[in-house]
Design a protein. Structure first.
Length: 135
């Protein structure tokens, strides 16, 4: 039997019935301030598209969007950025889970990759200073 989800004592069905202002009172202060200022046009469009067609895969650049209960179950492609041309890893596929409520979408697509160092280049040390670069 799956464990039922509760957020601050409210079930997911109760959260979906609440308005954005009521949800804003329950989430952490930084997200609350963001919601009190109102959603941007891009955030409104994303939320409308998710409400219209929740099964469809939606790509988005709106990394600062706070995850709302209405978004639970949606499949999103969150922009990661900075990938090489022709590389499809610019988008991170995410399925919104109830545990993500109150977080931002950008938290689930980290743009920073692992640094890989190799051998030092020519001129990196005093010993390689006088090595000819052309052969």
């Amino acid at each position: 039997m799956a464990k039922e989800f509760f957020y601050r004592g409210k079930s997911l069905e109760e959260l979906k019935q609440m308005t954005i202002d009521e949800i804003a009172r329950m989430i952490p202060s930084r997200m609350r301030r963001s919601l009190k200022r109102g959603l941007t046009n891009q955030q409104k469009i994303l939320l409308e598209n998710i409400k219209k067609n929740p099964e469809k895969f939606h790509k988005t650049h709106v990394r600062d969007m706070v995850v709302l209960p209405q978004m639970v179950g949606a499949r999103l492609g969150i922009f990661k950025g900075g990938a090489k041309p022709g590389d499809n890893s610019k988008w991170v596929n995410v399925v919104i889970a109830p545990e993500m409520i109150g977080h931002r979408l950008g938290e689930y697509s980290i743009p920073i990759g692992r640094v890989k160092h190799s051998a030092p280049g020519i001129g990196a040390s005093k010993g390689s200073k006088h090595i000819a670069t052309k052969t």
